[in-house]
Design a protein around this ligand. Sequence first.
Ligand SMILES: *Cc1c(COP(=O)(O)O)cnc(C)c1O
Length: 421
Amino acid sequence: MDHFTYKDGHLHAEDVSLRDIAAAVGTPFYCYSTATLTRHYQLFTQALSPMPHLVCFAIKSLSNVAVLKTLGNLGAGMDVVSGGEYLRARAAGVSGDKIVFSGVGKTRDEMALALNGGIRQFNVESEPEMRALSEVALSLGKVAPITIRVNPDVDAKTHEKIATGKKENKFGIPISRAVEVYAEAARLKGLRVVGIDVHIGSQLTDLAPFAEAYQKVADLTVLLRAQGHTIERLDLGGGLGIPYTRGNEAPPLPADYGALIQRTLGHLGCEIEIEPGRLIAGNAGILVSKVIYVKSGEEREFLILDAAMNDLVRPSMYGAHHDIEPVVQPAPAHDRASYDVVGPVCETGDTFAKARALPHLAEGDLVAFRSAGAYGAVMASEYNTRPLIPEVLVQGDQFAVIRARPSFDEILKRDTIPVWL
Ligand SMILES: *Cc1c(COP(=O)(O)O)cnc(C)c1O
């Protein structure tokens, strides 16, 4: 469920007409709904309410500080994967003891940044990382709280680029080696083991892989405790999928996911951490774009938009589907045309949709890409020297630009000319 609906013939974000935002900030732009972000976060806290828990928003899915502050004010923790994301969480007012640090390639500088600033735990992904973290912590006179990310070797049945829980993936340590790696962690003076971490992939539309992974985590908890380790926290990662196509069967709900966690792990008395990104942010955001031209090719009609693959890369990178809707509500019994929806970037990969049935559209019309809140703005680039597009946050009948479009001056000033030129 989201808060982007037609009212008085125009698509709105909550109570704000997207036509008004377009007039104020220009197109293309991202627009996020506070009510949807809030609702999705609360679905998770409700789902986990029988257990001690912390919902850590995966910042990498949508990292604007205003969005983080919105969630942080509700009590959310944050899952960061870089020093930059750590600083974003802190800039949003989230305290270090609510931030978990994930990722396979944390540098010593990033470790020091988080140790000095305060951190709930590092989710350590390898033995070399574990040794480096211990050294960094000791050099700062600190002890780093850690979980170790185990790779449970389960098939998440998702897109290959976002599956992370198979043994051939780069993530975590093989669960079969957990006993020896935990034993080494316990010997390292700069570390304090607090739990276990697992994250098997993104956009999972079936609970079965979660059930398989979490059962393995439950067994490992018992095993590690028997060997004297303190396992008081289980970080279960993110990954719950969202409906990208309206009318299709919806993925499992957070409530079902919470019940699964309760069933597989609830009896262990651990604090449960989860790291959802896409489910909180995905359907809380849209991308609004304008039709530049309608071009009739020999075999098909092209809808050429002012948004492109550099603004929303998911279709080009993952073959992902985004529903597209006109901002002006189509008449109830409208004719449909079949369009290839493309951007202006100079490569064929800059295609959002092929042969998409849409109401007839004309130059200047606005369209909205649904489900663009997660892995949208954060993956944007300035390819073709197209400025990063603005982000707008709506709350009720108010909206605010939370990242402005840079001017060409600002973009050009970032390049510097060496003395010999
Ligand atoms: C990407 C990622 C997440 C978030 O995944 P979603 O599918 O967006 O919920 C959580 N934890 C880790 C370690 C990740 O890499």
